[in-house]
Design a protein around this ligand. Structure first.
Ligand code: PEP
Ligand code: MN
Length: 339
């Protein structure tokens, strides 16, 4: 339910309504606007009608139901786009589009530092690299784990770039959170509800990738799991979905950006690397994503893609990445954004 306070409602009235919401067993989520405050009352859907009683409380103008199943992620409670800030320079959801770049996997100190310096020189604002890798084969490289996290932290120290890295399981969540500036929930874990609840307890940005075969609605419900725990810093990441087409690794659903714009205030990043699986297609899909209104881009870059321990076929060389950045800046300018 949304409790709409009157214009000019006092601090005390707002506090009292929040206390009453808690007494009824719901969690209040106040959103303080320029003209008025609205309070989302989130919790058990079954007897939410009781919240209607608040309509007679001092300072309350009306109580209206939230129709969409994603209460906090949707636009009914919060209409303004959410800004998710990372480090000193990157803000997802603003005019400037942050670019996350780096290798699929962290392989060595030298590899991650060299990549970090190269992508920074080309204009990237965040560094990516996996230390825990969800691999199709149990015999494939699984990641350097804590050693990899330390290498990422070293690369951050020498470049100043904040770090995005994946957490696959709750047992290492505290460890990953100690090193990461943004925690990535990978496509395969998009509906790992216990993991979503656990990252919801953090107060750090979460990059929530779309599941391989999940609808936009399911994706937003996963965002809702994180937000319901109080962590509002959710960034969505479209990374392609499974279709009948096999010419590309996945099918990039660019229209998801437009759909999400009408459904959520959360920022949307596009990952053309995992979406296409082919380095040669990354540039065009990056430009298309920027033109379509993406709030961020994530690109895999490796100093020597042929020798990459994972996802070499879709990784760009630093030189190719610099070329993409040059063109992406021009497209961003054409649509009123900046890179
Ligand atoms: C990744 O970003 O390295 C990754 C494994 O992506 P996804 O979960 O989208 O497959
Ligand atoms: Mn990868």
């Amino acid at each position: 339910m949304i409790i709409v306070m009157r214009e000019g409602a006092s601090r005390r009235e707002i506090d009292e309504v929040q206390e009453e919401i808690k007494r009824m067993g719901y969690t209040p989520h106040p959103i303080i606007g320029v003209e008025r405050t609205v309070i989302g009352a989130i919790g058990d859907e079954r007897d939410k009608a009781r919240l209607q009683e608040l309509e007679t409380a001092p300072g309350v103008e009306r109580v209206i139901p939230i129709l969409k199943p994603y209460k906090l992620a949707g636009l009914e409670l919060k209409k303004e786009k959410s800004l998710v800030a990372v480090g000193r320079d990157a803000v997802f959801g603003g005019k400037r589009i942050p670019v996350i770049a780096g290798p699929c996997s962290v392989e060595s100190h030298e590899q991650i530092c060299r990549t970090a310096e190269a992508v920074k020189a080309a204009g990237a604002t965040l560094l990516r690299g996996g230390a825990y890798k969800p691999r199709t084969s149990p015999y494939a490289f699984q990641g350097l784990e804590e050693e990899g996290l330390k290498m990422l932290a070293a690369a951050r120290d020498c470049t100043g770039l904040p770090v995005v890295t994946e957490v696959m399981k709750e047992s290492v969540l505290d460890l990953v959170a100690r090193y990461a500036d943004v925690l990535q929930i990978g496509a395969r874990n998009m509906q790992n509800f216990d993991l979503l609840k656990a990252v919801g307890q953090l107060r750090k940005p979460i990059l929530l990738k779309r599941g391989l075969a999940n609808t936009v609605r399911e994706w937003l419900m996963s965002a809702e799991y994180i937000m319901a725990q109080g962590n509002m810093q959710v960034i969505l990441c479209e990374r392609g979905i499974r279709t009948f087409e096999t010419a590309t690794r996945n099918t990039l659903d660019l229209s998801a950006i437009s759909v999400l714009r009408r459904e959520t205030h959360l920022p949307v990043v596009v990952d053309p690397s995992h979406a296409t699986g082919v380095a040669a297609y990354v540039e065009s899909m990056t430009l298309a994503a920027v033109a379509a209104g993406a709030d961020g881009i994530m690109i895999e870059v490796h100093p020597n893609p042929h020798e990459a321990w994972s996802d070499g076929a879709q990784s760009l060389t630093p030189a190719a990445f610099a070329g993409v950045m040059g063109k992406a800046k021009a497209v961003a300018a054409a649509v009123g954004r900046e890179i």
